[in-house]
Design a protein. Structure first.
Length: 317
């Protein structure tokens, strides 16, 4: 799989150009396959890879510029960033598909995302997987936590093991591209005693999914027990007990992908708020200039040179 990565400058330029800007449909499918191949390559390696937590096409573009191999789109931040909604079920599958489509159009990234509970029962999961796969997502998480229906609601727990096994099998069967990775996300470690949690993880591991996402991980002992219980690679968001500082430990215990959380999102929110508040209160634009992105960085982010090249090549006076 690694052999398919870009080997020369020409290939790298092609990889940067998103499929929707002048690339034929067949080549667009090739770009999707390349992204999924890259994701699988990361899962198969013996090390632990840091993924970029993104929230919109702009943050995905910057992650691409910084050469992150994997990007992760979490449910909570994409709702706020793209719809200004809190993390409750006010978002539907079509909203998520739209965000993923716009991200993949603008940035050559291998995108893993939080697919919530699949937006319904096992039949709904089939449709969700097909729609998300069609826009180029590399890995789709399906979680076992029952989603809340209102604010300040008590934890509703998890779907039954049998129901979740059915949903995961449906997700695997729904793929049209076998390179698409289905990830079983579970909060069993936070809900059950360790033995019962491990039984769930073992059951999920037999459904055809190709990775397990651990939510609610609390201790190193839990991680070590999960690693012994399943041969599948693991992914973890913001692991506790200083594990983020020890990628070798994570790799030795089966963690292929780790996410640091969403500090970039929080910093972006604060920067927007502070700058608008400063101006509203009569502050000078000049006061903000030292904190702005440079003209060169903005040019890289908005891909001016790529579009100028397209203009020079195809526009005729």
């Amino acid at each position: 799989m690694i052999d398919s990565l870009p080997k020369n400058e020409s290939d790298q330029q092609h990889a940067i150009m998103p499929p929707d800007f002048g690339v034929a449909d067949q080549e667009g499918e090739t770009e999707m396959s390349f992204a999924r191949e890259r994701f699988r390559s990361v899962l198969s390696r013996s090390d632990c890879t840091l993924a970029a937590n993104i929230f919109d096409p702009l943050s995905a573009r910057i992650a691409h510029m910084l050469e992150y191999e994997i990007c992760f789109l979490s449910g909570s931040v994409h709702k706020v960033a793209n719809l200004a909604f809190p993390d409750i079920v006010l978002v539907n599958m079509s909203d998520l598909v739209d965000v993923c489509r716009r991200i993949i159009r603008i940035a050559d990234v291998s995108l893993m995302h939080d697919g919530e509970d699949g937006f319904g029962n096992a039949v709904n999961v089939v449709r969700s997987v097909k729609e998300l796969e069609a826009v180029g997502v590399s890995a789709i998480e399906i979680e076992d936590a029952i989603p809340p229906t209102q604010f300040k609601q008590e934890d509703l727990g998890l779907f039954s093991e049998s129901e979740q096994v059915g949903k995961l099998k449906a997700a695997v069967a729904a793929r049209t591209d076998p390179m698409t990775v289905i990830v079983a996300r579970t909060t069993a470690l936070a809900q059950f005693p360790i033995d019962k949690a491990l039984d769930r993880i073992k059951a999920y591991s037999q459904t055809g999914v190709e990775a397990i996402r651990l939510a609610g991980l609390k201790t190193r002992e839990q991680l070590e027990a999960v690693h012994r219980a399943t041969p599948l690679p693991l992914t973890v968001l913001g692991p506790p007990d200083n594990m983020m500082d020890d990628l070798d430990y994570l790799a030795a215990n089966g963690v292929s992908i780790v996410m640091a959380g969403n500090p970039a999102f929080g910093m972006a929110i604060q920067a927007i708020y502070d700058s608008l508040k400063h101006l509203k209160e009569g502050g000078s634009v000049d006061d903000l200039r030292p904190r702005e992105a440079s003209a060169d960085l903005l040019r890289q982010v908005n891909r001016s040179d790529e579009f100028i090249k397209l203009q020079d090549e195809y526009l005729r006076s």
